[in-house]
Design a protein around this ligand. Structure first.
Ligand SMILES: [Cu+2]
Length: 392
């Protein structure tokens, strides 16, 4: 912008010293060119697919993505969140084989919280998308179909893939189109997958992410429960808690100021009927991923110690007896622990200010109490006068 202003001023100064015709031409340039430039910068998308025309990567403020959408043109989804217990059973097979996976990129309208609607972009109608599970050395044939109602092209980048764009280079699909990526799952691990079309951060922030587990040949150790949890961020035009339909705000994304930081797609996704469940004595494994797109997560469970953490989901030698583990944007972790005492355990990003933005869930443990492990009078926790007098 500074460059433009300088150019205009020097044009103006030069022309003032010459003839009136030149002055007229110069004035035309000054008035017409900026309005053309503005039209380009502040373009509004109609909401329906427009072929590739965006500049996708920096620098600066190139990406003022303000999209007007007609809600009625998109599918309504009652609950956007993926249940934490909705994942495939362990494969436990020695032989590698060919695995076929179908994914659909589909844009839907659903709720961030009661009465707060959002235009989510998804894999298979949920956030996160399906938990994919393959075995080391499997050959995976993944077909991505982009629903014809989509406003954008979509693609997939799986961090388990070795090759250009993690698969993006061969899976970019326009609405109504499908493409197939075939790859060998050479390296065991727990990996993020995400959309990588257009401006990838926008597609991820709108909900297009999930995880793929490449089981090592010998499988993982046996546990009683496995859970699938992913942290994500939402950048809404209006502030946290504001009711009504919320548009995506690219300015907040570039500034790294999410309004919502959520586990499994929306606030309260891992509570009530959808909370994680276990019994005293159970061994629990959590596959935890962080979609970002800007924040690093400090994953912690209040009242629990991780017996094992596989840092950054490298399925080699775990750390033992860990309180909180870092999960980078675009990374994952695998934690294992036994639950020893009944009650509610809260999953959090221990950058605890984020709890108010939605980053929490409940693991409910039922069973016998063990006084030797934990005891005390919990009755004073509610309604104590002392508590009410405290200044928060
Ligand atoms: Cu996408």
């Amino acid at each position: 912008m500074k460059t433009n202003i300088t150019t205009k001023n020097s044009l103006l100064n030069n022309s003032l010293s010459k003839n009136p015709l030149q002055l007229l031409i110069t004035l035309l340039i000054i008035t017409v060119i900026p309005s053309l430039a503005n039209a380009n910068e502040n373009h509004q998308y109609s909401g329906k697919y427009q072929p590739k025309k965006m500049m996708n990567f920096g620098p600066g403020e190139h990406y003022q993505h303000d999209m007007d959408i007609n809600i009625s043109e998109y599918k309504k989804v009652r609950d956007i969140s993926k249940r934490a217990d909705d994942l495939p059973e362990p494969l436990a097979r020695k032989q590698s084989k060919k695995v076929t996976i179908m994914l659909e990129a589909v844009e839907v309208i659903s709720k961030i919280a009661p009465n707060i609607l959002y235009h989510y972009w998804t894999f298979n109608n949920t956030v996160p998308g399906p938990f994919l599970r393959v075995s080391e050395d499997d050959t995976v044939e993944l077909t991505l179909y982009n629903n014809e109602s989509s406003s954008h092209s979509h693609a997939i980048d799986l961090h388990a893939v070795t090759g250009p764009g993690g698969g993006k280079a061969v899976t970019e699909v326009e609405p109504g189109e499908s493409k197939t990526l075939t790859f060998k799952a050479t390296t065991p691990g727990l990996y993020i997958y995400h959309c990588a079309a257009g401006n990838p951060a926008t597609h991820i922030a709108n909900g297009m992410y999930g995880m793929i587990l490449v089981e090592p040949k010998q499988g993982l150790s046996k546990v009683d429960h496995e859970f699938y949890v992913m942290q994500g961020e939402l950048y809404t035009k209006q502030r946290l808690g504001k009711k009504g339909f919320q548009k995506f705000n690219s300015r907040k994304m570039i500034d790294e100021r999410p309004e919502y930081i959520i586990f499994n797609g929306r606030t309260g996704a891992l509570t009530g009927e959808n909370q994680l469940q276990a019994k005293v004595g159970d061994k629990v494994r959590i596959f935890f991923g962080n979609a970002g797109v800007t924040k690093i997560s400090s994953f912690h469970i209040i009242g629990e110690i991780f017996d094992k953490v596989y840092p950054e989901a490298a399925l080699g030698n775990p750390l033992k007896n860990v309180q909180t583990t870092l999960v980078p944007a675009g990374g994952a972790t695998m934690v294992e622990f036994e639950v020893d005492y009944p009650g509610n355990y809260v999953l959090v990003d221990h950058a605890l200010a984020r709890v108010d933005r939605g980053a929490w869930g409940i693991l409910n443990v039922t069973g016998e109490k063990n006084d030797a492990l934990y005891s005390g009078d919990s009755s004073s926790n509610s309604g104590s006068k002392k508590h009410h007098k405290m200044n928060h």
